[in-house]
Structures are given as C-alpha cells and as structure tokens.
Design a binder for this molecule. Structure first.
Ligand code: HEC
Length: 455
C-alpha cells in the first residue's frame, strides 16, 4: 500500500529551489486522471509548472519517468512518495507516438555533446559562447545565470536579485554577461569575480524585459513581450528609452541587429516583423502575409536575408528586407510543429520543431530547398525544448533542453559520399535506429523537397 503524502513532506516540497509560479493555471489545464498517486503528483509537480505538461507529454516508461523527473526534483529522500509518483505516471502516461516528428534523412551527420547543469528544474536556456570558450546560460526558473566550462563539464551558477527570472543571457563586447529581469522589470549584468549584479530598472517595474541584443556601439536593445514595448539602454551613460509598439498585443519577442545597425524584432502574437529606427526608435511594422503567422525567433544571414520561424503555422520563412519579397516552406512535421529557435550557419538554416517529441532539430539548405532533421535527445530520454540557439566560433550550434537542464553542442558534418557498392544509406540507418526509440516517421531525402507555400 502506498502511504499518502504527509503534511511534513508536502512542506518539504514547498521549499524546492524553484521560484517559478505555476503559469497559465487560470486557463485550467486538463485535470489529471483519477488513480492511486494522483494526490502526490499534484502536490509535488505543480510548484514550477502546471500539471498540464504531464497530460501533454509524450509519456514514458517508469524508468524514463524516473529519469525525467530527476532533472526537475530529487524525490529519492522520500521513497514512498517517489514510488507513488512513478507508479501513477507510468500507469496513466505510458509512451505514445502522437507527438512524433516526421524526420527527414539527408547528407549531414551531427555529433552531439551534452552537459547537464547543476540546479534541478532551472529551465536552462539560451547558451552562448564567451570569447574564453566558456558557455553562459540562463536558468530562468532557478533565477540564475551560469557559466559552464565545456572542457571540464564544471559549471558555476550565479543567483540573481530576487524574482529577476532571466529570460536570456547575452554577452557585451567586453564579455560581461547581461540578463533580462523578465519578472522584476530590470536588466543587468553579473561580475563573475564577485557575483555582484549591476542593475538597471525599467520605468515600469511591472514591464517584462525579454530578449537582448547589443549593437556595435555597445547599446543594448531589448523586447518586452507582454508589455508590448521595445527598449534601449546605453550602459556607458545609463541613458534608457522605452517605446510602445503601436499595434496592441504584438508581443515583441526576438530582437537582432542587422549589418547596417538597424534593430529588428519579431511579433509572437500577430503576423509581423518590426524594424526599429536606431536613432529615433520609431517602429515600422513589416506585415507578414499569411493569417495565423506568429514568429518566435529569426536569424539574419550574411547576405541580409531574414530567416524566421513561422511558429503559428509550422513553417520556415524568408524575408528579403531590400525587396520585401517573402517566401515560406512547410516544416517537415507540419502545421502544428511550432518551429522555435533558429540560427544561420555556413549557408544553411537550423531550427527546431518544438511541439514535437522528440523535439526535432531541422536543417534547411536554401540552395536545394531541402530539409533534413534529427531527434534531440536528453540522455536516454526525449523531452524538450529548444527556445533559443546560437552559433560558436568553431562553427557549432549551441542548443538546450529546458525540461532537462541540458546544454547540447551540435557539430554538423557533411557526410562523405557513400562508398560505391555499399548500398547503405548511413543517415537513413541512423534515423531508423532512432525511430525505434521515438516512434518517428521517416522520409527519405529523395522525397523531402518541399514546395514553397503559396503566399
Ligand atoms: C523545480 C521545478 C520543477 C518541478 C518541481 C517539476 N518540474 Fe517538470 N519541468 C520543469 C521545467 C523547467 C520544465 C520545462 C518547461 C518549459 O520549458 O516550458 C519542465 C517540463 C516538464 C515536462 C515536459 C517534458 C517535455 O516533453 O518537454 C513534464 C512532462 C514534466 N515537467 C513533469 C513533471 C513532473 C511529473 C513533476 C513532478 C514529479 C515535475 N515536472 C516537477 C521544472 C520542474
């Protein structure tokens, strides 16, 4: 018989290091099914997020549930609760393939190098390479930023001022790590030697600084998603200016500076990109044509093209800012795949399909208009998800998995032509092996030419 959760053990779970509030509870996530252990799951699993994430998960075996929740909390000191939670999850949420991506084979291999960060349930995100080779990251729910030494795997985590809840970390020209205080209306940077934070307060303490980008004059530009604003701070003078975006609920999300020094932002709630005059901060909307378009992130290629994920429609898009021409392609896993993080590297676009489990990493070759994709693992399991990718000086891609405290380095390698007569498509074989674990559908590269979406 499973012992029910005692008042003392519930109190102990309430002291978890997580400072996130359960989000979106007001909308009412679907209730968990009845069954032994439900009470324990509700008590221990709703400290950081809604239990709807469990309903919406891809399901796991008991052992894989154990591995997943071990990245969020340590239940081992309370064996009865641990067993009750695992039994309930394994019984009610066994593995299924309803969220499986469509994977596409092709002529690239990827090597993945994975690091697990110390604080459990921290929502690791936005890893970025420092000039000294270390990797900075934000632990949004852990209210921290951290620095990983990829050679030793050791990480040092820096607590931030109360309730900063950093959405991202970005490096300035001097290599200082800046964070966005998404929940306390600030941005700031941390001195790695002392751990001391230098903090800049926004005019409205309730506003939500989101993504940061530095221009070549050292000015930091940032979006505010919920407050519908764009901001600019000159760290040298402390001069701070914040302007509204005219169309309500545009939800300015990503921000990047183009080669001419003009900041661009994406709209996560309407079909638009935003172009900001760097002197006057006047915001000009560039409408995107397809209804239902929302854009989490974008990347600016060396030729000036703006590659964006059309998260709302499951597409990849390209804007030529000089001519206004827009072209879009359907992502391999379709309209509900929710593409999210994106980088441009060595002539190709890399992004992920964040609604799929496994979260799929996708490569798009603009020259041939073909896709290739891979499942993103977290150790032995698949969880999610990637919210922001960056490239490294060595030509790698840094990605992460927010559910499992992982930073992953992707090293792309063009595969040598298959040996004549071998008759084996190695990439296809690799995908086949992966598919038995993830239940993914596979497309051979010969059938992976996607026609542009008609605009
Ligand atoms: C200390 C914080 C914390 C606690 C407590 C916690 N989680 Fe999580 N969990 C996270 C974070 C962070 C994510 C990633 C959420 C995101 O990025 O939106 C996550 C994601 C998930 C996901 C989604 C996995 C996927 O496919 O991406 C599931 C399922 C989940 N948690 C289950 C649980 C269960 C079950 C428990 C209780 C045993 C639990 N969580 C307790 C932090 C926590």
């Amino acid at each position: 018989m499973l012992r029910s959760l005692t008042a003392a053990s519930i109190a102990a779970f309430a002291l978890l290091p997580c400072v996130a509030l359960a989000q979106g509870q007001a909308k009412g996530p679907p209730p968990l099914p009845e069954g032994a252990g439900k009470q324990q799951v509700e008590a221990v699993c709703s400290g950081c997020h809604v239990t709807g994430l469990i309903n919406n998960s891809s399901g796991y075996t008991r052992d894989h549930w154990r591995q997943l929740i071990a990245t969020m909390m340590d239940l081992t000191p309370s064996a009865d609760t641990h067993n009750a939670v695992l039994d309930y999850l394994a019984t009610n949420f066994p593995p299924h393939t309803r969220r499986a991506p469509t994977l596409v084979s092709g002529n690239y291999d990827i090597k993945l190098t994975e690091w697990v960060l110390p604080q459990l349930g921290q929502r690791t995100r936005d890893p970025i390479q420092h000039a000294d080779g270390s990797i900075w990251y934000a632990g949004q729910y852990g209210n921290l930023i951290g620095r990983l030494d990829p050679r030793t795997g050791q990480a040092k985590e820096y607590p931030l001022p109360p309730n900063a809840m950093p959405h991202t970390v970005e490096l300035d020209a001097q290599g200082r790590p800046w964070y966005s205080g998404n929940k306390n209306g600030t941005i700031g940077w941390i001195d790695p030697a002392s751990g001391k934070a230098t903090v800049y307060k926004m005019p409205d303490p309730k506003s939500d600084p989101h993504t940061l980008a530095f221009d070549k004059n050292g000015i930091v530009w940032f979006t505010f998603q919920a407050s519908n604003l764009i901001g600019r701070l000159d760290p040298a003078t402390g001069d701070l200016k914040v302007v509204p975006v005219a169309a309500q609920r545009s939800q300015p999300y990503d921000i990047k500076i183009d080669a001419e020094g003009t900041p661009w932002a994406s709209c996560n709630a309407r079909p638009c990109l935003l172009k900001v005059n760097p002197t006057t901060m006047e915001v000009t909307e560039v409408p995107l044509p397809l209804p239902g378009t929302t854009v989490r992130r974008f990347a600016i290629a060396p030729d000036g093209m703006i590659w964006f994920v059309n998260s709302g429609r499951g597409q990849l898009g390209r804007l030529n800012p000089k001519t206004g021409e827009i072209k879009e392609w359907a992502s391999p896993s379709g309209s509900r795949s929710h593409p999210y993080g994106i980088v441009f590297l060595d002539g190709a676009v890399w992004y992920n399909e964040s609604a799929m489990r496994p979260d799929a990493l996708v490569r798009f070759d603009p020259a041939t208009e073909t896709f290739q994709s891979w499942p993103i693992p977290s150790g032995e399991i698949y969880a999610g998800h990637l919210r922001n990718a960056r490239t490294t000086r060595e030509g790698n891609i840094l990605i992460h998995q927010t559910s499992t405290n992982r930073i992953i380095q992707v090293t792309p390698q063009r595969r040598a032509a298959p040996r004549r007569g071998s008759g084996v498509d190695l990439t296809f074989a690799t995908h086949l092996a992966a598919s038995t674990r993830c239940g993914c559908q596979i497309q051979n590269s010969t059938s992976s030419i996607y026609l542009p979406v008609v605009l």
